[in-house]
Design a protein around this ligand. Structure first.
Ligand SMILES: N[C@@H](CCC(=O)N[C@@H](CS)C(=O)NCC(=O)O)C(=O)O
Length: 215
């Protein structure tokens, strides 16, 4: 299977973590925003990452891809079959993909992608507003919600943890992040999830890419 995307995208990172947890083999083809790569455009006609080509089956969108793969490779179960756990898992996926990614996107796009990748000025006021107003509400909610199990749903890792932690990495790349003194549960939970073998090598690669962009 080919995965198209950049490791700096929260949606790509979520998929990469998922693939690692599942033990599904893949080849990552790095593409950037607006990339004309024909394989990528065929898999993602609207140009959004991630996208896959699984033996000719092409699909875009991290959620669509993960739900396809969960049906194809049910074990280990990362989207619980239990109705209530499944509902919670999809809620956290939604929280990560829409609420947190929308906020982290305003920070990351305007402070990193616009100036360093697209070589144009970012909207720094929008980034500052997202950091001051939107982010604290989302972090306060997450801090309160993290259970004693150390996993967002049930007593083991699910898609919920991967989806919610991924945009936090982008927040960390371009702001003070979630202060461990104010958000101790987020600090412990995110450190544990990000240090899993499914994610740790990608985070290290992320950090090298961020250093190269800043340099
Ligand atoms: N809901 C989609 C969102 C994908 C998305 O917006 N990806 C961004 C990168 S973080 C992208 O490809 N942007 C390029 C563009 O909008 O042209 C998913 O979960 O995959």
């Amino acid at each position: 299977m080919i995965v198209y995307g950049s490791v700096l995208s929260p949606f790509v990172r979520k998929l990469l973590g998922y693939l690692g947890e599942k033990g599904i083999g893949f080849e990552l083809k790095g593409v950037g925003i607006g990339d004309p790569d024909p394989g990528f455009r065929a898999a993602s006609p609207l140009g959004k990452m991630p996208a896959i080509d699984d033996d000719g089956y092409r699909l875009a969108d991290s959620s669509a891809i993960i739900h396809y793969l969960e049906a194809k490779h049910p074990e280990p179960e990362l989207i619980p079959a239990d109705p209530q756990l499944r509902g919670r898992t999809i809620w956290w996926e939604e929280f990560g993909d829409t609420l947190l990614a929308a906020c982290s996107g305003k920070l990351f796009f305007n402070r990193v992608v616009a100036p360093h990748v697209l070589k144009r000025e970012g909207d720094l006021a929008a980034a500052a507003q997202a950091e001051a107003e939107d982010l604290p509400k989302l972090l306060a909610y997450l801090e309160e919600a993290i259970p004693a199990s150390g996993f967002l749903v049930g007593d083991r890792l699910t898609l919920a943890d991967l989806a919610a932690v991924s945009p936090l990495v982008n927040v960390r790349h371009c702001s003070a992040g979630a202060d461990p003194a104010r958000y101790p549960k987020i600090a412990a939970w995110s450190a544990a999830i990000l240090s899993r073998p499914s994610l740790a090598p990608w985070i290290a690669r992320d950090e090298r890419m961020m250093a190269a962009l800043a340099g």
